[in-house]
Design a protein around this ligand. Structure first.
Ligand code: EPZ
Length: 419
């Protein structure tokens, strides 16, 4: 297994190009199953999670071609059972359920296991599918769906932690081909949900209200092929903004949509960082004495859970007491024990981290776990004294395109060691 060595203390300055959004590309690639006509998706990032999704689509019978960031999918005849050995590697595989149900009126996908950030139930997805008239059952570790027909319905997709992103995506995709109108109440409003709705509408769907808590889907008889460019990855962008903050440099991000990062920009401004937003760029300059913060993760447009670990790494080296409460995935603190091995002073109280900023952290061998926790360890290593060895770097490669190359281009000194 590859590992990366992060040599601390190298300032960051320069420009970094943000890749296409992983969390937008995954459901959009799955949505191509809704038509037998070819779809062409551009700005698809080169990530292992994307590769897994393309493997699943191929297994289901779709013809998949990829040329650098452009993917062409033609889903003629479809199988409806996704293979366990690939699905188990990526929880987001569940987003093939909606398209298969919508197109074939049946689906069988192995249940996503839990993962290090916590239990990953799909009860809300099933609630939505059942509202449309599907029958669901769990059999030998698979979730199986079947429907004679799909009829529009009103369904509230709010769970105890709020809306569900992939659940909203899945129900929207199935409802696109249902008879009649579906209203999704308490819908997720993430930019990635809006991007999917825009792609579905290009395919001939009739979806209104994406980006709000109430999405209306007027079912149509069939969908046709379409072309689409995936939005920039706001979490990758946020990760590089935090890298610039940690190293106090002058970092410019290109091909980013600042309107997707409002809550992060607000937090960094509050801490004292100077951020300049233009149409598709963001620039951050360091600050000599940034202030500590109190943050709570919330559904979009609130502070994103996917930026919580990265902010822990920043606040661990920001003088004063900071507090971060994690309301979406309450156990999402795998990074804390590793940051403490680097000298961070963080205590956990339930789903809240109390962070006492230290002047200097020290490099250490650390273990990557979930995607964002791993990125946080790299960020901490940028500034820590000495070398931080991040093991199991495949976690990072799931969601960050060439993170070592991009940071090295900014002046970091990161070596990737092939295992
Ligand atoms: C998406 O996951 C993202 N993944 C996650 O990003 C992100 O953290 C998450 O949304 C929240 O923003 C992709 O888009 C591929 P949820 P998703 O359903 O859709 C509970 C990353 O790092 N819930 O919005 O799976 C759930 O347990 C990844 O890129 C139910 O209770 O998350 C959680 O507490 C990590 N029942 C909350 O809702 C359900 O049926 C939000 O989950 C579904 C979810």
């Amino acid at each position: 297994m590859d590992k990366i060595l992060v040599h601390g203390g190298h300032p960051l300055n320069g420009t970094v190009r943000v890749s296409g959004s992983k969390n937008s590309a995954l459901p959009i690639l799955a949505a191509a199953l809704l038509t037998k006509e070819p779809c062409v998706i551009a700005n698809v990032p080169d990530l292992s999670d994307i590769n897994y999704m393309l493997q699943i689509l191929s297994h289901l019978g779709a013809h998949v071609e990829r040329a650098s960031g452009v993917v062409r999918i033609e889903a003629g005849k479809l199988k409806t059972a996704a293979p366990y050995d690939i699905v188990r590697k990526m929880r987001a595989s569940v987003c093939v359920l909606g398209p298969l149900l919508g197109r074939e009126k049946e689906a069988s996908v192995s249940l996503p296991g839990g993962c290090v950030i916590g239990d990953r139930p799909i009860d809300l997805h099933l609630k939505g599918f059942e509202a449309l008239g599907a029958v669901s059952r769990i059999e030998h570790g698979n979730v199986k769906l079947f429907a004679n027909e799909l009829r529009g319905a009103t369904v509230n997709l709010r769970g105890k932690q709020g809306p569900t992103v992939l659940g909203t995506d899945n129900v929207m995709m199935a409802a696109a081909l249902a008879e009649g109108t579906t209203v999704i109440e308490s819908a997720a409003a993430e930019p990635e949900v809006v991007d999917l709705a825009n792609f579905l509408n290009k395919m001939g769907a009739k979806i209104e209200g994406a980006g709000t808590r109430r999405i209306v889907v007027h079912g149509v008889a069939e969908l046709h092929g379409a072309e689409h460019e995936v939005i920039p990855d706001r979490i990758e962008a946020g990760t590089y903004l935090v890298a610039g903050a940690i190293m106090g440099g002058d970092v410019l991000l290109r091909r980013v949509d600042p309107s997707h990062l409002g809550s992060l920009i607000d937090a960094l401004n509050l801490s004292g960082y100077e951020i300049e937003a233009k149409a598709d760029t963001l620039r951050i300059k360091g600050h000599p004495s940034p202030k500590p913060l109190q943050l709570t993760t919330e559904p979009y447009p609130g502070f994103p859970t996917d930026m919580q670990a990265q902010m822990c790494a920043l606040l661990a080296q920001t003088e004063g007491i900071s507090v971060i409460s994690e309301t979406i995935f309450p156990q999402r603190f795998m990074h804390v024990s590793e940051l403490k091995r680097m000298g961070a002073d963080i205590s956990l109280d339930g789903h809240t981290a109390i962070i006492k900023g230290v002047a200097k952290m020290s490099g250490a061998p650390v273990m990557a776990s979930d995607l964002r926790a791993s990125a946080a360890l790299v960020l901490a290593g940028l500034r820590a004294e000495g070398v931080t060895e991040v093991n199991r770097v495949y976690h990072i490669d799931r969601g960050y395109e060439s993170i070592d190359d991009k940071l090295n281009q900014l002046g970091a000194r990161i070596e990737r060691m092939k295992a």
